[in-house]
Write a protein that binds this ligand. Sequence first.
Ligand SMILES: [Zn+2]
Length: 97
Amino acid sequence: MIGYWIAGAAISAAAAWAWSRSRAAGRQGKSKIVNMNAYRSRKGRSDSAAAKPGSQLCSSCRKPAARLSFYSDENGRVVGLCRECKPSAERRQLDRL
Ligand SMILES: [Zn+2]
């Protein structure tokens, strides 16, 4: 008989513990979701600010180009050139990377 009482007490204690834990977890989960949303919106802003992948800007004419050819210019800087600007780089005899 006392065994049942202990078991009952243990179960109710466990239930209370689980309940308080689930409440705590619920609060944590909620704040986590808020943090994730804030993180996502921050990330989204930085993504929109950055150049879209696949459309890089030509270092010479500043037009977005699907493919750039990379050269190192007279100052040793790396320049990405679109197809239109490539011949001028070849004329300047820049090193193709
Ligand atoms: Zn160009």
